[in-house]
Design a protein around this ligand. Structure first.
Ligand code: AMP
Length: 426
């Protein structure tokens, strides 16, 4: 089976790596792909938003299946267009992707179908928003309703901060069009985890739970990033909680989207917070997380091509998901200065030594190559995953691998998994 994988980040590198393990894969094409993905398939430099260019590539290669990595082209309707052209595509339609791309839509859907989440209200008028914020008090969460590259959420600890955030989003348009609608949401207190399900719009099968670290600094300090590390499974998600999340959140959301006439075919990502009242949704995403994919996929034993194919054929119900009972930890190696200003173009050494440790995978997020030498080419450069018998060992393995890799100007957090370690100790 020939597959086109759309995307270029660490997440897509992990998807390509996993697809390449399938005995049924006869050709992998990646667009635009990356240095890392080129190890597994042919890459063509076509932007993820160049939907017609992607379709032409798929036609040229006569692919049997198209898999979409990132959310932006899904919002723009890439799955719908591939579908119209007669391709089998694993990824939600633009209407179903609204579960991520329109937080007002998502929260309204959850409330209408009794899916546990916080109370919320949506505004386009700043004065009305401020009246509501004043009534509700702080802490409170303000969100640009649209896609804002992971930056559109402000968790306001004080009323002043909340009121300033209303202006930032609605008056100053800090997040552009994504902030044309402002969602004001109840602050939910608890530990967060990410739950991934593969669905054909009716049935759903699950990967292991995971947790990620979004802040640049150790101890969750400094600005938000695309993600600095992750681990799986999440110790906070007990067997009972997992069942509750599947039965009360994930499956009902798949059913709700189907009832609305917009069945969701693809990867449903539940951002769940474990509150004193039980698990509640903070948000849904319509694709795998990055860097969660880099820990979740290495712990999946089932052939991912079988899952993707079942997803498009409506036979997910027949998939027996087999998971690795071990744990995984991924640490992101970034360019110092990320997520603001950083230098790049430095040679990277030691990847082969890292891999030689065994049960280590080095995914590329931002790399380039010149005269056969791998170079840094982005804020997040590599995502290094270690798999081992338990979380503490997986963390050690990931850092051992990290310590064999060198490049100038490198930065990584040294505390990935600290919450898991603390929880495991108690
Ligand atoms: P989101 O992009 O919606 O996942 O939000 C980014 C981050 O903001 C989440 O990972 C949470 O840490 C935080 N957050 C979002 N919504 C809430 C909420 N309702 N209560 C508390 N924290 C939240």
């Amino acid at each position: 089976m020939k597959v086109l994988l759309v995307g270029k980040g660490g997440r897509e590198n992990a998807m390509a790596w996993k697809l390449a393990q399938s005995p049924r894969l006869t050709g992998l094409y990646c667009a635009p792909g990356s240095r890392g993905m080129a190890q597994y398939g042919e890459c063509r430099d076509i932007d993820v938003m160049d939907i017609e260019g992607q379709i032409d590539f798929a036609k040229e290669k006569a692919v049997d299946l198209v898999v979409i990595g990132p959310e932006n082209p899904l919002e723009a309707g890439i799955a719908d267009r591939f579908d119209e052209e007669g391709f089998k595509v694993f990824g939600p339609s633009a209407s179903a992707a609204k579960i991520e791309t329109d937080k007002d839509f998502a929260l309204d859907l959850m409330h209408r179908y009794g899916i546990p989440t916080g109370t919320f209200a949506t505004f386009s008028d700043p004065d009305e928003a401020k009246t509501y914020v004043n009534e509700q008090g702080a802490p409170i969460v303000l969100k640009a309703a649209g896609l804002a590259a992971g930056k559109g959420v402000i968790v306001a600890k004080t009323l002043d901060e909340a009121l300033a955030a209303v202006d930032e989003i609605l008056v100053d348009a800090a997040f552009g069009e994504a902030g044309a609608k402002l969602v004001v949401m109840e602050y939910l207190d608890g530990e967060e985890a990410s739950i991934f399900g593969f669905t054909d719009g009716k049935d759903i099968v699950y990967a292991v739970s995971s947790q990620d670290h979004k802040r640049i600094g150790e101890g969750e300090t400094g600005p938000n990033t695309g993600g600095m590390g992750a681990y799986a499974p999440a110790p906070v998600i007990t067997k009972e909680l997992q069942k509750e999340i599947y039965d009360r959140i994930m499956k009902p959301t798949v059913d709700a989207l189907a009832s609305e006439g917009t069945p969701f075919k693809g990867i449903l990502y539940g951002g769940i917070i474990i509150t004193a009242k039980g698990p509640q949704v903070i948000e849904f995403n319509c694709r795998l997380g990055d860097p969660e994919a880099q820990v979740v996929l290495p712990l999946m034993k089932t052939d991912i091509l079988d899952i993707f194919e079942a997803g498009v054929n409506g036979t997910i119900g027949q998939i027996q998901m087999e998971l690795d009972a071990r744990a995984a930890c991924c640490v992101v190696m970034a360019s110092d200065g990320y997520p603001t200003k950083y230098e790049q173009g430095f040679p990277i050494y030691g990847i082969d030594d890292a891999k030689a440790l065994g049960d280590v995978t080095v995914f590329h997020a931002g790399t380039d190559e010149r005269d056969g030498q791998l170079l840094t080419a982005g804020g997040r450069v590599l995502a290094v995953t270690g798999v081992d018998r338990d979380i503490p060992s997986a963390i050690k393995r990931a850092y051992k691998a990290i310590d064999t890799i060198t490049f100038e100007n490198q930065y990584c957090r040294r505390d990935i998994g600290y919450q898991a370690l603390a929880r495991l100790q108690t």
